[in-house]
Design a binder for this molecule. Structure first.
Ligand code: FES
Length: 225
């Protein structure tokens, strides 16, 4: 079943599948809603539901207080729809951000480099080119680890703002299940599932700079979200 979600102040209406989170639906249809953890913990993706019914999902009670639920707020990264709905989101205009819908990718490990004793570079060949802006990241699914793990894309996009191969620099976090698996169990030729691109900590360089190859007409700078 599919519901209709209207996102204000944009006035955009998108389709949301039953069980799909509001954030996932928005990002896949090229609409950016501010977010960070993606797991109901930080509260960054809080929106106001002005019409319709939502299920708050796994929202942490400290990230979405009881009084906020009563007031019609929800967390877009956890909430799913139970009817057509309208939300009010705090979406800043970001003139340097391109509209790039998030997609699913299958990656094959082409090469692994040991950069330092604790950091490995994973070179991943994708089943289709990914379009992204320098500074954006992907979420990698790791076997046995719940939820994706976020890693910045370390190489600049190539011609057309996209690449068929991406590099992720993975620091081994002591006690971290995800980075430990990537360091100890991942081999060349293995496959990984990932989604992206995410994030608005991006480099909008003009003319093309050594960081991002972005073709335009202003001085290079890195923009904070
Ligand atoms: S992004 Fe952190 S709670 Fe939704």
């Amino acid at each position: 079943m599919t519901y209709q979600l209207t996102i204000e102040p944009l006035g955009a209406t998108i389709d949301v599948e039953e069980g799909q989170t509001l954030l996932d639906a928005a990002l896949r249809q090229g609409i950016y809603i501010p977010h960070a953890c993606g797991h109901g913990l930080c509260g960054t993706c809080k929106v106001q539901v002005s019409d319709g019914e939502v299920d708050h999902g796994a929202a942490n009670p400290f990230a979405l207080l009881e009084m906020e639920r009563d007031d019609g707020k929800t967390l877009a990264c956890c909430a799913t729809l139970q009817s057509d709905a309208t939300i009010e989101a705090d979406i800043d205009d970001e003139p340097d951000a391109q509209i790039i819908p998030m997609r699913d990718f299958e990656a094959t490990v082409a090469r692994i480099e040991q950069l330092t004793p604790t950091i490995k570079a994973l070179h991943l060949r994708l089943n289709q080119p990914i379009r992204y802006q320098a500074g954006q990241y992907v979420q990698v699914q790791i076997p046995g680890v719940e939820g994706g793990r976020a890693f910045s894309i370390a190489n600049a996009p190539q011609a057309g703002g996209q690449s068929s191969e991406i590099e992720l620099n993975v620091r081994r976090v002591p006690g971290g299940a995800g980075t430990t698996w990537l360091h100890e169990s991942l081999n060349v030729g293995d496959r990984l599932q990932l989604t992206g691109p995410y994030g608005r900590f991006l480099c909008a360089a003009r003319p093309p700079c050594r960081w991002c190859s972005w073709p335009a007409a202003r001085a290079c700078r890195v923009r904070a979200p």
